[in-house]
Write a protein that binds this ligand. Structure first.
Ligand SMILES: *Cc1c(COP(=O)(O)O)cnc(C)c1O
Ligand SMILES: [Zn+2]
Length: 410
């Protein structure tokens, strides 16, 4: 049973009835879903979760969906937590784990937030889904709208990767390519959300949408045997999921679902060429908007709404916010693929790039449990890997030709 009590302002703690709104009328702070944890503690246990479906909906009691409503699901979540022994050996980490979010239905972490958002929207009488997207969100909203039988408008920057547009368009949404960057797309959608009676996943229904992120961290703890890791590396675009992973950890502890232990350090990863949060973290100043110019387009938010909360959480938990250069992003995609057999998109390159940088700088002794969230699939950003044909030789269909071309193979 979902035990949503209200929407509460993260800044001034004013409370509102649960509804499609995301900012506080009084102070413009962001709104959060607040639960009745007294009820939750009685109803949720490791056993009740493990008995649930093999998807993120096993955590339904901790998600904001109306009682009795059918979730809109494609089997999202419960992605593999991979013990990365070869990448770990490379980096001097014997307990390195990768949460492989490329395995979600539309191949990114966004399916978690979107499954929750579309479920909530349908249960609350909306017939049209919309979103402002850097790519993966559009992909996911289009798929889940199709699944729910809802009308769909996705707003994207006109210069998005071709593969992301294609994998979105196949679900037959209205694709609105906006001649501008993501921050302009987002501003346009905020204006439209005021007058169109639509559920914009990451705007008016953002408090409900954002809750879906928590399941990534719940699952990580469950898959570690209900233990918390020492540190989690999380890519940052708006910072929305980073903040929710912290909320998830607090809930896991409060509800007694995990073994007692030190609170995990939460560390953020940004592309150097779009690093407003890392810059503010390092200089100790407030987050200043930047103009993104990076191949990590899924993280290219120059004015991140949750930036200051990310910095507070990183500081409060002993984490850091670090960056990867464009070159390091590509190298890291290739390193991850060659050592672990996982093909990540540029956001994964940012995460592994930061992991590698911190490992080389001596951040860890070597036996800490470090988990990196690999949030999107490499098929979405194929164009960033140069010269993939460097691995290919063309031969005649004969043994002789093979042996001439590969004289040292046997
Ligand atoms: C959206 C996205 C993120 C980051 O999300 P925020 O919650 O906006 O910080 C990370 N990785 C991928 C692949 C994404 O699509
Ligand atoms: Zn407020």
């Amino acid at each position: 049973m979902s035990t949503v009590k209200s929407l509460i302002c993260r800044e001034c703690q004013s409370e509102y009835e649960p509804q499609a709104t995301h900012v506080c009328d009084l102070c413009f702070g962001p709104l959060e879903v607040k639960y009745d944890h007294g009820d939750l503690a009685r109803t949720v246990s490791r056993e009740s979760i493990e008995a649930g479906p093999n998807s993120l909906w096993r955590y339904r009691d901790l998600l904001p969906l109306n009682d009795g409503a059918e979730p809109v699901t494609l089997g999202e979540g419960m992605t593999p937590l991979v013990h990365a022994q070869r990448l770990g050996a490379e980096l001097g980490l014997s307990n390195l784990y990768l949460k492989n979010e490329t395995m979600n239905p539309t191949n990114s972490f966004k399916d978690r937030v979107v499954s929750v958002a579309v479920s909530w929207a349908r249960a609350n009488g909306f017939d049209t889904m919309a979103c402002a997207s850097t790519g993966n969100l559009a992909n996911s909203v289009a798929a889940y709208s199709a699944r729910a039988g809802m009308r769909c408008f996705v707003f994207i920057p006109a210069d998005l990767e071709a593969s992301k547009v294609l994998t979105t368009s196949v679900f037959a949404p209205n694709v609105v390519a906006v001649e501008g960057n993501y921050d302009q797309v987002n501003r346009l959608c905020s204006e439209l959300a005021d007058s169109y009676p639509w559920a914009f996943a990451n705007i008016n229904i953002r408090p409900f949408y954002a809750e879906g992120s928590k399941t990534l961290t719940y699952e990580t703890a469950e898959q570690l045997g209900w233990k918390l890791p020492d540190e989690i590396i999380i890519p940052i675009a708006s910072g929305c999921q980073f903040v929710k992973h912290n909320k998830a950890l607090q809930e896991l502890i409060e509800l007694d679902l995990v073994d007692p232990g030190p609170y995990p350090k939460l560390t953020g990863a940004q592309a150097l060429n779009c690093s407003p949060v890392a810059t503010a973290f390092k200089s100790g100043t407030s987050v200043q908007p930047v103009k993104p110019n990076t191949i990590a387009k899924s993280l290219a938010i120059g004015n991140p709404s949750d930036g200051k909360y990310v910095i507070n959480i990183a500081n409060g938990t002993g984490g850091v916010v670090e960056t990867a250069t464009e070159e390091e992003i590509v190298e890291s995609i290739e390193l991850l693929a060659a050592t672990e057999g996982i093909f990540a998109e540029t956001a994964g390159g940012v995460t592994v790039g930061v992991l590698r940088k911190l490992a080389r700088a001596g951040r860890w002794k070597g036996d800490e449990t470090v988990v990196a969230y690999i949030t999107g699939h490499g098929f979405k950003t194929i164009e960033v890997i140069p010269d993939l044909d460097r691995y290919q030789r063309t031969i005649k269909p004969s043994v002789r030709s093979f042996e001439e071309t590969f004289p040292d193979a046997s």
